[in-house]
Design a protein around this ligand. Sequence first.
Ligand code: NAD
Length: 249
Amino acid sequence: MDKAAIITGAGSGLGQAAAIRLAKEGVNISVVDVNEQGGKETVDMVKELGVDSIFIKADVSKPEEVKNYVDKTVEHFGTIDYFFNNAGISGSGKFFLDTAIEEINSIVGINLMGALYGVHYVAEVMLKNGGGSIVNTASSAGVIGQDSVVTYAATKHGIVGLTKSMVAEYAKDGLRVNTIAPGPTETPMVKEFYEANPKMKENATSGIPQKRLGTPEEVAELVTFLLTSKAQYINGEVIRIDGGFTNTK
Ligand code: NAD
């Protein structure tokens, strides 16, 4: 049977790039996003590559909507082999004490609770089917401390803990769970931001040993490697993809 993947936040950026890259491996894709327009664009792009794809609208911070995207995927594809648990928001970048409680709740709800709900419902299906592979999206802010991202960093460090502990419980049953920790990557949103603020781009790149931002395609390559059978014995790993940024901090 053909392989099937769920990708959250697949309507843009890293999720969309991963959908395209996995489709090139012949993997069918459930595109999950709160943004209908972006999600449908991704479905059209991957269908052009010859695989089957559906869009499922969901806000990942709502457990019932997470359960629904899992159920709909199983209904349509009969299986979930791969899960790229990726949807996330960055927040306003204010210092922590200037950040409203509502914003803290929203970042935690989407980035951490959304990731936990996703793993909860997806792993249930995977374990019933004898196993599967999950890649969670953390960030440089999941492996080092930085200013202006306290809540975001708390959620991304949480994702690292989720990854390692899931492996402690379920690797023996055929589950692989890994995390990527990208540095600043030129997704459309980041690109637009830096085009409007070239000085900030200069500041960001000067701290990166490779002196450039990452690309969504580079990240998609890593995600595909980790999800598929090419990485059979890699489990509970947190892989930095940041041009050397966090290793030189
Ligand atoms: P993006 O904004 O281009 O894409 C994120 C997608 O997630 C969007 O399509 C958005 O609609 C969707 N989304 C947001 N909230 C959602 C919700 N509640 N439910 C469902 N979907 C939702 O951003 P991106 O750069 O591709 O980010 C993807 C992931 O990568 C995030 O977890 C982000 O924290 C992480 N990340 C990004 C970078 C970077 O520089 N781009 C670096 C490190 C980590």
